[in-house]
Design a protein around this ligand. Structure first.
Ligand code: ADP
Ligand code: MG
Length: 235
């Protein structure tokens, strides 16, 4: 099943004196259960592509479908709802809410979805336990390490049971051990629960863990490699 399909997506930033052509015709299909890395040099358009796939930014032209639905046609209010219910986000800088505990950060998304209180508490606890933070439920972000904060962010991204999770350089601020640990968790969620991940990175160790590596250069896909699971496991 295709969860993401972009057709000839372009993005031109016009705010500057000289327009920046960040994406120049991107065709990408992501299927359910894929574990895909978007790689490429700084400025190649990785964040722009992820922001567009996530409905956080509009393409200048082209079509984006999520789960078969063309989301470029949605009104802003519909798009907000769509994002909430279909897409999980993990950002480079964690973006947790500082005054909320780990549990409350994860619960927040489900509260926006108006899920029953008891279910929210139970699922938030389960998710945090799954990412190895069952003993940190009541800590605020400042009381957690970077790696732990990013694991809260992964738990939060999964809270709404999204169709896929987007992660823009999720390990960029982590030391190598925490990065490895985060990838272990993402890979396990992918394998055991068939959760679709699309993450950007330029960390070679993270790239090695991907099953599919899409390379961007100057806003275009120049390479799209699919690896066998065995190759990933054996490096
Ligand atoms: P990457 O994530 O691969 O480093 P980006 O998607 O952030 O690349 O950027 C792609 C190009 O678009 C770069 O040339 C960048 O400078 C430009 N760009 C990104 N965001 C903006 C913006 N808001 N306004 C103008 N130019 C931008
Ligand atoms: Mg970027």
């Amino acid at each position: 099943m295709e969860v993401i399909k972009t057709e000839n997506i372009t993005k031109v930033y016009n705010e500057t004196k000289i327009p920046v052509h960040a994406l120049n015709g991107v065709d990408l299909v992501i299927k359910k259960g894929e574990f895909t890395a978007i790689v490429g040099p700084s400025g190649s358009g990785k964040s722009t592509l992820l922001n567009i796939i996530g409905g956080l930014d509009n393409p200048s032209s082209g079509v984006l479908s999520v789960g078969g639905q063309d989301i470029t046609q949605l009104k802003e209010s519909q798009l907000i709802d769509f994002r909430l219910n279909n897409i999980g986000f993990v950002f480079q800088a964690y973006n947790l809410i500082p005054v909320l505990t780990a549990l409350e950060n994860v619960a927040f998304i489900m509260q926006l979805q108006k899920k029953p209180k008891k279910e929210v508490h139970q699922r938030a606890t389960e998710l945090l336990t799954e990412v190895g933070l069952g003993d940190r439920l009541n800590n605020r972000p400042a009381e957690l390490s970077g790696g732990q904060q990013q694991r809260v962010a992964v738990a939060r991204a999964l809270a709404s049971k999204p169709q896929f999770v987007l992660a823009d350089e999720p390990t960029a601020n982590l030391d190598s051990k925490s990065a490895e640990n985060l990838l272990d968790i993402m890979a396990r969620l992918n394998q055991e629960e068939n959760i679709t991940f699309v993450f950007s990175t330029h960390d070679p160790r993270v790239i090695n863990r991907a099953h599919r590596v899409v390379t961007l250069e100057d806003g275009k896909i120049v390479k799209d490699e699919h690896k066998q699971r065995e190759e990933v496991i054996n490096g």
